[in-house]
Design a protein around this ligand. Structure first.
Ligand SMILES: [Zn+2]
Ligand SMILES: [Zn+2]
Length: 60
Protein backbone atom coordinates (compact mmCIF):
# COMPACT_ATOMS: atom_id res chain seq x y z
CA UNK A 1 0.00 0.00 0.00
CA UNK A 2 1.14 3.54 -0.65
CA UNK A 3 2.28 5.64 2.24
CA UNK A 4 1.25 9.19 2.96
CA UNK A 5 4.26 11.51 3.18
CA UNK A 6 2.46 13.87 5.53
CA UNK A 7 1.19 11.57 8.30
CA UNK A 8 3.40 8.56 7.40
CA UNK A 9 0.45 6.19 7.49
CA UNK A 10 -0.18 3.47 4.97
CA UNK A 11 -3.39 4.28 3.13
CA UNK A 12 -5.37 2.77 0.27
CA UNK A 13 -4.80 5.78 -1.94
CA UNK A 14 -2.52 8.78 -2.03
CA UNK A 15 -2.73 11.95 -4.06
CA UNK A 16 0.16 13.97 -5.41
CA UNK A 17 0.33 17.60 -4.36
CA UNK A 18 0.56 19.77 -7.45
CA UNK A 19 2.41 22.40 -5.49
CA UNK A 20 5.20 20.53 -3.71
CA UNK A 21 4.84 17.04 -5.17
CA UNK A 22 4.30 15.30 -1.84
CA UNK A 23 2.06 12.25 -1.77
CA UNK A 24 -0.71 12.75 0.73
CA UNK A 25 -3.81 10.85 1.87
CA UNK A 26 -7.32 12.25 1.89
CA UNK A 27 -6.91 13.25 5.52
CA UNK A 28 -3.85 15.33 4.83
CA UNK A 29 -4.99 17.82 2.25
CA UNK A 30 -7.51 18.81 -0.36
CA UNK A 31 -7.84 15.92 -2.78
CA UNK A 32 -10.02 17.92 -5.18
CA UNK A 33 -7.50 20.69 -5.59
CA UNK A 34 -4.58 18.29 -5.14
CA UNK A 35 -2.97 20.41 -2.46
CA UNK A 36 -1.42 18.90 0.64
CA UNK A 37 -2.20 20.49 3.99
CA UNK A 38 1.26 22.03 4.18
CA UNK A 39 0.60 23.94 0.99
CA UNK A 40 -3.04 24.61 1.88
CA UNK A 41 -2.00 26.80 4.77
CA UNK A 42 0.25 28.69 2.39
CA UNK A 43 -2.46 29.08 -0.26
CA UNK A 44 -4.98 30.40 2.25
CA UNK A 45 -2.57 33.14 3.14
CA UNK A 46 -2.27 34.15 -0.49
CA UNK A 47 -6.02 34.22 -1.13
CA UNK A 48 -7.11 35.75 2.18
CA UNK A 49 -6.51 39.29 0.94
CA UNK A 50 -9.39 38.89 -1.50
CA UNK A 51 -12.97 37.92 -0.91
CA UNK A 52 -14.06 40.63 1.46
CA UNK A 53 -17.78 41.09 1.06
CA UNK A 54 -20.15 43.68 2.34
CA UNK A 55 -23.66 42.70 3.16
CA UNK A 56 -26.34 44.90 1.77
CA UNK A 57 -29.49 44.21 3.69
CA UNK A 58 -31.48 47.41 3.91
CA UNK A 59 -35.19 47.00 4.40
CA UNK A 60 -36.09 43.35 4.60
ZN1 LIG B 1 -1.89 11.44 5.58
ZN1 LIG C 1 2.20 20.34 -0.95
Amino acid sequence: MPRCEICSNEVSKVYKCKSCGAKFCENCGDVDKLICEDCLAFEEELTSTEGIEFEEGEGG
